[in-house]
Each structure stands twice: as structure tokens, then as C-alpha cells.
Design a binder for this molecule. Structure first.
Ligand SMILES: Cc1ncc(COP(=O)(O)O)c(C=O)c1O
Length: 402
């Protein structure tokens, strides 16, 4: 965030240029850029059409696929949240954003270093798409220091992908050390920053080159839109934009508008998610049915000291390991919850509980735990209700475990 405006002020003001919120020559302006829907853009004459085709299309009406002020406003606001950013490209989902970001930096023959705790569709993209293009992916331990990562680097290593904390097991990576190593070796770093968002972790200020958000989660915040973004430094943005254009990537103005609406309240929502999640995580830590709580702001989380050093806050997603029990005992806990939905995704206003099995997605490391894992997304409900619900759930777990 810029130095002269605090983050909450910036979230309220970013992306509201007068040319997007007012009519030229008329007094006044509306607060939010409206939904500008367009495929065709009309030109005055042939000369105008030809000159438009020769000029930059950045924040200029050209053809619907290049966007309208509704999407530009969201992209501009996200760029403002990341000091050091040149620009932001928007995508129809977080996975589309990850795929395009990787394609913008890799070519056949390259090697990619991928954190072993990465979101499994990110791994699938590497294994099922990049591999077929002759790009090799090597997985590394999320807790690896830069010396261990250096051992994997060879002359073909082009990029290092980080996800910190990992969205199932919450290991926090040493981002400044890894980005410093990468810079010294001319390697590009990409970070999936969906958990913290730039509000709690401005990634480019910590040396990351390209940062990805599944805006579907906290940016939208209301569980009703799929959207992704990639924010990049001046060195990487032109290639990113070109790749996104070549792949025909764009977002609907309605979705961009809903995401901009979500962004206005990102700060207050994240602060509340943080407070409620911490209260519940601390309570869970004291329960005998719980072996470990994996929440970056708690010392029990691997990499906690990196979180304390680098992040300004924690969001509402974390996991806990049950003390013994099997699949059926875990299901007994989750199935009877009254205030938690059971479903994928996270970052919305509502709480969710999910059974997760990280061992299935690991190749460079092994996941070992005292019992099954449950991931919680703590929403904006009263934490006392959520604790009472979990308390009853742990009693069901105890009974089913025997
Ligand atoms: C960490 C992380 N990154 C990326 C994504 C992908 O986002 P989307 O569902 O919008 O494709 C997800 C979705 O759950 C996620 O958890």
C-alpha cells in the first residue's frame, strides 16, 4: 500500500478515477464505477478505428475482450495495493490466473521449482499441462531454507513457485530468503498470496516478482463469484499481459464489479476473520481431542516465526489435527455442525469445515499426523456460536473414536 494513505483508506478510494465515475463536461460523479458491458466498441470513422488498432489498449476502449472501466477499476485498485507493481491482469478463476502466470514465464526445456504444499490444482497444471510442453516440475519442502532450495537449482531453473502459508497445512515459507536467492540467480518468483492478500502481506515488497490471488476468496468475500488476478513488477508485467491477451483471458464486468464491491470491505472483513479465527484456534488448542492447531499466528504452526516476522495479520483459514480417530470419527464431527457449511472454497462471510488429506498430494515430503485433519474457514458469525458448535462436534468425535 502507498505510504501516504493507510491500507483501509486505500481500499475505500482505489480504482475510482473521475473518468470512470463521472460524465465528461457534467458536474458530479457516482461513487462506484458502474457495470460497463461491451463487446463491440464503435469508432467515428475508419481512420479512428485504424489508429485505435495501432495504439496501446491499456485502459482504453478498443474491443470488449480488452475490458471496460469496470474491470480496469478493479485491476487498478489491486495494483495500488502492491507497492512496486506495474499492473494487474484479471482472470475468470484463481486457477486460470495461476496457469497464465506460469505460462508467461516458462518455455519448453525450463525447470520449475514448486512448493510441495501447493494447492492441488496448481500441481495438476504442472503435471498434466506443463509436463506435456517439456517443462519439468521439481517439488521442494515448504520449510526448506534457501540453502536447500539452492541444491535444486540448475541452469534450466527458470521459476520458483511459493504458496505461503500452504492452504491445507499452513507451513509458512521464508519468502525474503527464497526471493533473495532467486534474484541472485536470475530466477523468477511467483507467490500464491490468496491467504494473506496484499492487505496482510504486500508480496512484491518482500521480493516476489509475480503475485497471484484467487479473488474468489477474500477479495470477493461473499462466495458468489469466481475470479483471479495476477499482479507483476515492471520486468514481468508486459509478458504477463501479452500471455493473457494471447489466451483470450478476461472477466465479465458483472464479476469485476462484485469483486470491487468486495474489495471495499476487505480490511474490516479480514480484521474480523483474524480475530474470530484466532479465538477459535486458541480454544481448539486447549481441547484434548485436538493434537495440533495449524494456524500461522500460533507457535504450533511450522514456520510461525516467519509469519511473525513478515506478515501484518492472519486471515480466517486454518486446520487442526485430531487426536487419533479415523475417517468416520472425523465425519461424525463435521456432519453434525450447525453453523459450518461443508464445501470447497473459503474466504466468504460464512464458516466452512472440510476434511482434508494432505498426504495424497505430497511427493517431496511425507505428511504424518496424530489423526485426521479438518480445515476451518472462520466466517463472520459470532465466534461463541462457532465454539459451541465445535464443542458439540468434538463430543461426537470422542464418541465415534471410542
Ligand atoms: C490457495 C488457493 N489458490 C488458488 C485457488 C484457486 O482459486 P479458484 O477456485 O478461483 O480457481 C484456491 C481455491 O480453493 C486456493 O485455495
Amino acid at each position: 500500500m502507498s505510504k501516504d494513505r493507510k491500507p483501509l483508506t486505500q481500499l475505500a478510494q482505489a480504482g475510482r478515477k473521475p473518468e470512470w465515475t463521472g460524465m465528461p463536461g457534467q458536474p458530479g460523479a457516482i461513487v462506484n464505477p458502474p457495470v460497463w458491458r461491451a463487446s463491440t466498441i464503435l469508432y467515428d470513422d475508419v481512420a479512428h478505428l485504424r489508429s485505435a488498432a495501432r495504439s496501446s489498449t491499456h485502459e482504453r476502449l478498443f474491443y470488449g475482450r480488452k475490458g471496460t472501466p469496470t474491470a480496469w477499476s478493479l485491476a487498478d485498485a489491486l495494483t495500488e495495493m502492491e507497492p512496486g507493481a506495474e499492473g494487474t491482469m484479471l482472470f475468470p478463476s484463481g486457477v486460470a490466473a495461476i496457469a497464465c502466470a506460469l505460462l508467461s514465464v516458462l518455455k519448453p526445456g525450463d525447470q520449475l521449482l514448486m512448493v510441495d504444499s501447493a494447492y492441488d490444482p496448481t500441481r495438476n497444471f504442472c503435471e498434466q499441462m506443463l509436463k506435456s510442453y517439456g517443462i519439468e516440475t521439481i517439488y521442494y519442502d515448504p520449510l526448506a531454507d534457501s540453502v536447500s532450495i539452492d541444491h535444486f537449482i540448475n541452469e534450466n531453473t527458470r521459476a520458483i513457485f511459493l504458496e505461503s502459508p500452504g492452504s491445507l497445512t499452513f507451513e509458512v515459507q521464508d519468502i525474503p530468503a527464497i526471493t533473495a536467492l532467486a534474484k541472485a540467480k536470475g530466477i523468477v518468483t511467483l507467490l500464491d498470496n490468496t491467504w494473506a492478500t496484499p492487505f496482510f502481506f504486500p508480496a512484491l515488497s518482500h521480493g516476489v516478482d509475480i503475485t497471484i490471488l484467487a479473488c474468489t476468496k477474500y477479495i470477493v468475500g461473499h462466495s458468489d463469484v469466481m475470479l483471479g488476478s495476477v499482479i507483476a513488477t515492471p520486468d514481468h508485467f508486459p509478458r504477463l499481459r501479452q500471455t493473457a491477451y494471447l489466451l483470450g483471458q478476461m472477466v465479465s464486468p458483472d464479476d469485476a464489479w462484485l469483486a470491487s464491491r468486495g474489495l471495499r470491505t476487505l480490511g474490516v472483513r479480514l480484521n474480523q476473520h483474524q480475530e474470530s479465527a484466532l479465538q477459535i484456534a486458541r480454544w481448539l488448542s486447549d481441547q484434548p481431542e485436538v493434537a495440533r492447531v495449524l494456524h500461522p499466528a500460533l507457535p504450533s504452526c511450522p514456520g510461525h516465526e516467519k509469519w511473525a516476522r513478515d506478515f501484518s495479520g492472519s486471515s480466517g483459514l486454518f486446520s487442526f489435527v485430531l487426536n487419533g480417530g479415523d475417517e468416520a470419527a472425523r465425519a461424525a464431527l463435521i456432519d453434525g455442525l450447525a453453523h459450518f457449511g461443508i464445501g470447497y472454497s473459503w474466504g466468504g462471510f460464512e464458516s466452512l469445515a472440510l476434511p482434508v488429506d494432505p498426504a495424497r498430494y505430497r511427493t517431496a515430503t511425507t505428511w504424518q499426523a496424530e489423526g485426521p485433519l479438518v480445515r476451518l474457514q472462520i466466517g463472520l458469525e459470532d465466534p461463541a456460536d462457532l465454539i459451541a458448535d465445535l464443542d458439540a462436534g468434538l463430543a461426537r468425535f470422542r464418541k465415534a473414536r471410542g
